[in-house]
Design a protein around this ligand. Structure first.
Ligand SMILES: [Zn+2]
Ligand SMILES: [Zn+2]
Length: 128
C-alpha cells in the first residue's frame, strides 16, 4: 500500500520561543526547535555536495545542541512542498520538504520508532 505524502494542515513558527509546530493532515503533531533545524539544512552546500542530497535526515545531528543558537529571520513556503528558512547569517539555500520534516519529527512516538535513544547510546560508546 502506498502511503500518502505527509502534508501539513497548520504551521506555526514562533521565532521568539525558537520553535516551529506542524499539525499534519493525519493529525500528527511535530514541534521542532528552530535553531536545531539549521544543523540539518538539506542544501547541497551543507550536505557536502549534490550527491548527498535527497537522503533521509540525520536525526541525531538534529537532536544535538547546535554549535550556535541559530536564529530564523524570515520563513517562506516553497510551492506546496517545502518551507525555506532565512537564517541570521544570511544562509537560506535549504528547502525543507514535508517528507524531510516529517522524518525529523522529534516527538516521543517517532523517536521510539527511529530508535534515537539506542543510536545516541551507540554514538556515545563509539566516542569513548
Ligand atoms: Zn544549507
Ligand atoms: Zn512524531
Amino acid at each position: 500500500m502506498e502511503y500518502p505524502k505527509p502534508m501539513p494542515r497548520n504551521i506555526t513558527v514562533n521565532r521568539d520561543e525558537d520553535y516551529m509546530e506542524i499539525i499534519w493532515m493525519d493529525g500528527h503533531r511535530s514541534v521542532y526547535p528552530l535553531s536545531h533545524l539549521r544543523t540539518v539544512c538539506p542544501c547541497a552546500e551543507c550536505q557536502g555536495g549534490h550527491e548527498n542530497m535527497g537522503g533521509p535526515p540525520d536525526r541525531l545531528a538534529f537532536l544535538r545542541e547546535p554549535e550556535r543558537p541559530w536564529k530564523v529571520e524570515h520563513v517562506t513556503l516553497v510551492g506546496n512542498y517545502a518551507i525555506q528558512f532565512f537564517w541570521d547569517d544570511g544562509h537560506h539555500a535549504g528547502m525543507y520538504t514535508w517528507e524531510y520534516l516529517r522524518a525529523l519529527c522529534p516527538c516521543e512516538e517517532c523517536s521510539l520508532r527511529y530508535g534515537d535513544a539506542e543510536a545516541l547510546e551507540k554514538e556515545k560508546e563509539e566516542a569513548g
